[in-house]
Design a protein around this ligand. Sequence first.
Ligand code: GLN
Length: 500
Amino acid sequence: MAITIEEIQGFKGKYPKQLWYLFFSEMWERFCFYGMRGMLTYFMVYHLMMDSKQANLQYGATQAFVYAFTFIGGLFADKILGFRKSLFWGGLLMILGSVLLAINPKEFFFLGISFNIIGTGFFKPNISSMVGMLYKEGDVRRDAGFLLFYSGINLGAFLGGYVVAVGKGTLFGSFVPQEYTWNFAFGLAAVAMTISLLTFLFTRKKLATIGLSPLEINDQGNSKKWIEYSVYIGTFAIIPLIMIMVSNTDYTNYFMYAIGPFSLLYLFYEMTKNTVAENKKLIAALFFILFSVVFWAIFEQAGGSLSLFAAENLSDKLLWFSADPNAVNNSVNSFFVIVFAPIIGILFIALSKRKLEPNSMVKFGLGFLLLGIAFYLFYTIRLTASQEGLGSLNIFAVAYLVVTFAELFLSPIGLSLMTKLSPYRLQGLMMGMWFLASAYGQYVAGLFGASITPEDTDSKMQKMITYTEGYKDFALYAIISGIILIAIAPLIKKLMQEVK
Ligand code: GLN
């Protein structure tokens, strides 16, 4: 007998079994995504011979695009494809993009990246929405589910981070011929994405009606097949456009100016069809989305200014052994997430049994306050600076531990909130908007990072001062945001009604 949605949502214990299917599918997708992302800048500088400023801009543009397309992916899922088909289509496009890069990374660079951008747009928001559908309204185990899912995201990110070493020839170098290391590395991303898609293919039947397309649900699956096919064809038609927009960062800017206002207008249009109660929840969701832009703008210093700071201004002593500060910068966050996300989830379940679980606003507020503390810790590294301008790697790692807790109070909770606050027919759209906020966050992060970057000619000590001064400012922004959030919590609470 086929499983029903009631049986899925009526699960006993901490997690529904189906969460694990989505966990692994997302884990491999993130392996592919972060593997690619890790290779981009390096490949552009050393193989496409771009200067590093250009490569950084290009990297930023790609990041912004990837997350901006989640809005489009979510929208099409709600209207036409449903989550399952979107996920499948996105996965296929990502495989195609990675295969193109594996065949000839130089020749097909922008083409391959464009496939990955649009593929991620279809995949990423919709798998997250499906996690939410495993839960009944009001199920207190939902945040814990998203936290576990988030652990999977980071497991994929952590492992995918090693792919760049394959490209550079420092990993598996003994059996991959030197001239093919990059083909092999991009090929690994393709293999990971294939595993992700197969995992989904083999388990999707166990998801009952979750993620079926609106056309299928209304029994128009066959008569309106042409609409579905137009989406597939349209995707290919838009790829040349994405290629042009990604390869010229001016166009990226225009795109970013346009997509945010457009998404808001579209949402307001959709809201005209809702009840007042539904709209109140959506406004609450918008508050969370807006605040998350500030969060990501600070958090995403990780890939920008913090990696330069690590390279220039940190000693290599971690506890009693020596470690590459950049390796610490790139991996401790994922490592801490993998370990702590499930623990915090279980803690939330335990607290809710005692009616002590903090509500989402408090979690968000705490996220910001912790982010502030973490950046203040980055600031204090200057107090440990040696005469050569090298500061403590230990404090840096502790700051990352705090950053991780901040992230765990905000990012998975945000995903969970989107699924709680959106009516069924707008789930994809709202999840897309949540990630669109990340796109803006990344974008602002680049500006923030640039504003605290010292001159190349500065001494190490001067660089230490410039960076840490910047981190102190960011700490302040985070704390102020946290305080504002806590201050307006009663208002948001009203808008959220019964949602916790
Ligand atoms: N690191 C998380 C992921 O890859 C969150 C990304 C984001 O929302 N910016 O899913």
